[in-house]
Design a protein around this ligand. Sequence first.
Ligand code: OSB
Ligand code: MG
Length: 369
Amino acid sequence: MKLDHVELLHVAIPLVTPFRTSFGTMTTKDTFLLHVVTDEAEGWSEFAADPEPLYCSEYVSGAETVIRDFLLPRVAALPELTTAALGPAMAKIKGHELAKAALETAVLDAELRAHDMSLATYLGSVHDRVPAGVSVGIKDSVPELLDDVERYLAEGYVRIKLKIEPGWDVAPVRAVRERFGDELPLQVDANTAYTLADAEHLRRLDEFGLLLVEEPLEENNLHAHALLQRRISTPVCLDESLHNARDTAAAIAMDACRVVNIKPARVGGYLEARRVHDVAAAHGVAAWCGGMLETGIGRAPNLALAALPGCTLPGDTSASSRYFAEDVTEPFVLADGHLVVPRGPGIGVTPLPDVLRRVTTSRRGLFGS
Ligand code: OSB
Ligand code: MG
């Protein structure tokens, strides 16, 4: 393929309900979409992080600069544009996995469309639909939390994840167990809110039979997570600390994680996400597809990943209605607790022009006409 032009569209979409985590409260999905146009096909992607570097070091305006000034010039210089050539072309730029993922995914979408192949087929997805879990934010009170969980279970979600932080951990978990029983698939996510000094406190979660505790300690501190795992029986799952397949192999080897959260954006795109999946599967370690409150443009490709054979736990890939009154794509709707894996060419979805126009706050050309 030959690159013709690349456009960046800032979008702002209100969340149906504020989403509070240990690192902040989100009320709007505020990010950008990339639109890549080649001589053969067009592709779309979504930048996964937020305007502020609270979840990870990357953020919206920084990623825009990185893509425009450092990634695109290298990609545009390729004699032939293919997804396979992107990784090597971008390798000298350190880090910035989420920015790289946005560019790679838009090119991959275009390349797959040119070949009339779905991302699900390309990755080797083995399921037509995947079970949907839901990530429930920190609330002001336990009754409020129980109402939310009840509503999600009534909608059909098959697994509940509670966001936790110091002061909001054992009590909400106990309340959810008492109300909804021991059989409910339940897990927690601390987003790095604890330290190893909290090990005895975190051990109190062991009695609740959780599927996992996600990223309890500092980002990238695999050693501390391994020491914690020796002191608790709840399986440790890593999110923020895993940036590629090599990290994942190291974390598994040192028993710093017994479950892997795969966020394609966090590991630089779907090619590396597939490798992370393969490392976990080769070790017999369960994996699942995480989420970043994506619009349909980001969710569609995540569903293809969630349908890989090694993604044996329900993901955070929830229905459009869990996030937005109106998604930028045709909405993803829960049926019997599952979402259908898109099977059209590329990521299988495109933005709805009317909605896109309404949610776009600015657009600029990053390359070409
Ligand atoms: O840690 O998994 C996380 C959302 C934004 C940033 C980080 C995380 C999350 C979620 C929500 O937990 C997942 C989703 O529903 O997309
Ligand atoms: Mg997480």
